[in-house]
Design a binder for this molecule. Structure first.
Ligand code: LLP
Length: 434
């Protein structure tokens, strides 16, 4: 499986963005996060174009920064002209530090502290996605104090179970996120919002889950959301201007993963929404908002590790070989958290047959099996292992466990490499300590 600009160069090495990954490992050390900039930009353009073509109304994409937000990513997102979704004061700060225009930011989170609410209002963020009645009244007060009218969306739970990993399911009735449509709380919150002079209620938001490989859950949620738009119209006379369906489209971690293409997803979702508008009698087409994170950035990321010790264990049923890499849980907690699987290749012999499997583990002081039973072909100590599809929820979820400095991030494009995040130093590890 080769993704984006990945290819094998004439030395048999894996190349990304026209850069030899062995040379990158040599220059910047490992573990190293390598981002394929052209691929990221292309994903943004294709996602946006797909909906611009299919959806007859206005459509907007906000990149979900939680997937991977460093200043460089915020700058690329700004340049590509899409919006940005932040989920904390910290993400907001990163975005603003990168010069991201505040009016193009959506501020998320199920518990925005008073400080975060104040920071968002002071920065002039375009929209707050209000999670609950508590936040609604806090935000109304802060906006009133600041003498502004804050635009908001209301996060609702459509009561859909997305059948993805439980920890990344968010749209079902039993969820900490959003207000329930079924129980009537959502309608009550809409009425409150409409009655608040310091808030401008624009519409409703949901996010149902992540790494969804087909469109069915989105279609089901879309139907419930459109039904709720119609109910709001009937009961309050207000036509929502915006409908935000969240993110969630899946990506290829393994060759057998076949997520819907952006184009097919746009076709399926638009078709279903238009049918639902008609069925529920919604005549004013709302602006369609979406917040993809993973599907824009995951496949554009590759992590390079150096293989150290190899250890063979003779078991009753088979012989197993551990290949230990110089990272692990601290730079990619997803296997441990979600049982996530990945594909990898030996960067120096990128086209060798993957006829031998290894248990790739990290160097933390516990059994951090990164990738059990990973087909790689021949592996020797000193090889560079390139783990694919690590662009989302890896660097953002990295830790300093065992006091490992977090890896550097480089962006590669057209044969040029550019350092976006420096590797942490040992000094960084004690910088905040007294
Ligand atoms: N919008 C909201 C409100 C969200 O909560 C999320 C993700 C997104 C958009 C973007 O979803 P995406 O397109 O990336 O699926 N750490 C987990 C993923 C958690 C996702 C949380 N919310 C993982 O590593 O799989």
């Amino acid at each position: 499986m080769f993704l984006g600009t990945q290819r094998v160069n004439n030395q048999g090495h894996l190349e990304i963005g026209g850069c030899d990954t062995l040379a990158l490992a040599q220059q910047f050390g490992t573990p190293l996060y390598v981002m394929d900039e052209a691929f990221l930009r292309e994903n943004i353009r294709r996602y946006r174009a797909a909906f611009a073509q299919k959806y007859p109304g206005e459509s907007h994409i906000s990149y979900a920064g939680k997937a991977f937000l460093v200043k460089r990513v915020a700058q690329i997102v700004a340049e590509e002209g899409i919006d940005l979704d932040v989920a904390s004061g910290g993400e907001l700060f990163v975005a603003l530090s990168a010069g991201f225009p505040a009016e193009r930011i959506l501020f998320h989170g199920n518990y925005k502290s008073d400080r975060e609410i104040q920071e968002g209002v002071a920065a002039g963020v375009g929209r707050f996605v209000v999670d609950n009645p508590h936040e609604l009244s806090r935000l109304a007060q802060v906006a009133q104090g600041a003498g502004i009218v804050q635009k908001i969306l209301l996060r609702v739970t459509p009561g859909i179970d997305p059948h993805t990993h439980a920890k990344i399911s968010t749209g079902q009735e039993d969820s900490k996120f959003g207000v329930s449509i079924q129980s009537g709380e959502a309608l009550a919150a809409v009425k409150l919002a409409l009655a608040s002079p310091s808030l401008k209620f624009l519409g409703i938001h949901c996010h149902i889950g992540s790494q969804l490989l087909d469109a069915q859950t989105h279609l089901d949620a879309g139907d419930v959301m459109v039904g709720f738009l119609a109910q709001i119209q009937r009961e309050t006379g207000f036509s929502c201007e915006e409908l935000d369906i969240g993110g969630g489209l899946g990506v290829r971690y393994l060759p057998e993963h076949a997520p819907l293409s952006f184009e097919d997803f746009a076709e399926a979702l638009t078709g279903a929404l238009l049918a639902a508008f008609e069925r529920h009698g919604v005549t004013a087409l709302p602006r369609l908002l979406q917040e993809p994170g993973r599907s824009l950035v995951a496949e554009a990321g590759t992590t390079l590790y150096t293989v150290g010790p190899l250890k063979t264990v003779q078991l009753a049923e088979k012989t197993k070989t551990y290949a230990v890499v110089d990272g692990g849980l601290s730079d990619n907690p997803r296997p441990a958290l979600y049982g996530a699987k990945y594909s990898a290749l030996v960067a120096g012999r990128a086209s060798q047959p993957k006829d031998k499997s290894y248990t790739v583990s990290g160097k933390h002081c516990e059994t951090d099996l990164l990738f059990p039973d990973m087909p790689l072909g021949e592996v020797t100590s000193g090889d560079i292992l390139a783990v694919q599809t690590t662009g989302a929820y890896n660097q953002t979820m990295a830790s300093n466990y065992n006091r490992f400095p977090r890896p550097a991030v480089v962006f590669v494009r057209d044969g040029e490499v550019s350092l976006a995040v420096q590797r942490e130093s040992y000094e960084d590890l004690v910088r905040q300590e007294f």
